[in-house]
Design a protein around this ligand. Structure first.
Ligand SMILES: [Zn+2]
Length: 162
């Protein structure tokens, strides 16, 4: 799995087998040595305790893994739009519609993907989505020629902001 450092945005590869059954691991970034927690890709989305803002509990990052490359995008609001030329994430991908898809974050920490009636569709595992679909940690989806991966990092409980 591809890991993105929440401090320097450096990307590196982490062998999923190293989780060895545990749900999360603490890593040191090889570039900047920042320490952070990552979740096993075999874990369902982490549950956020009630009355806790999911954006304080977890860090949600969208990576582009193929197609138009962009810097990792950190989700900082409950609803974001992906589009060719509009929205919080603009792909500049000719295969994307002007407003293509929407990602929403629920109070329980779950993440949902919805197509906004795009011309070429939004795909999860090569299937065009027809309605709101839940995204898990490490879920991939495609808008036009741009393939995204969602990463969910629990924020360290030390109380210090990242
Ligand atoms: Zn780093």
């Amino acid at each position: 799995m591809i890991i993105v450092c929440p401090s320097c945005s450096g990307r590196f590869y982490y062998d999923e087998n190293r989780f060895q059954g545990s749900t999360s691991k603490r890593l040191g970034c090889p570039s900047c040595s920042h320490e952070f927690d990552i979740l096993s890709p075999h874990q369902p989305s982490p549950i956020v305790p009630s009355r806790l803002n999911p954006l304080i509990h977890n860090r949600y990052v969208l990576l582009t893994i193929s197609g138009m490359q962009m810097d990792p995008f950190v989700i900082q609001q409950a609803v974001i739009t992906i589009g060719r030329s509009e929205g919080e994430i603009t792909t500049h991908d000719p295969q994307c519609s002007r407003r293509h898809a929407q990602i929403s974050l629920e109070q329980d920490g779950s993440v949902w993907l919805e197509d906004l009636g795009s011309t070429n569709g939004t795909f999860i595992k090569s299937r065009a989505i027809k309605e709101k679909c839940s995204l898990e940690n490490n879920s991939e989806f495609t808008c036009g020629h741009t393939r995204f991966q969602l990463m969910i990092h629990p924020i360290a409980r030390s109380g210090k902001a990242i």
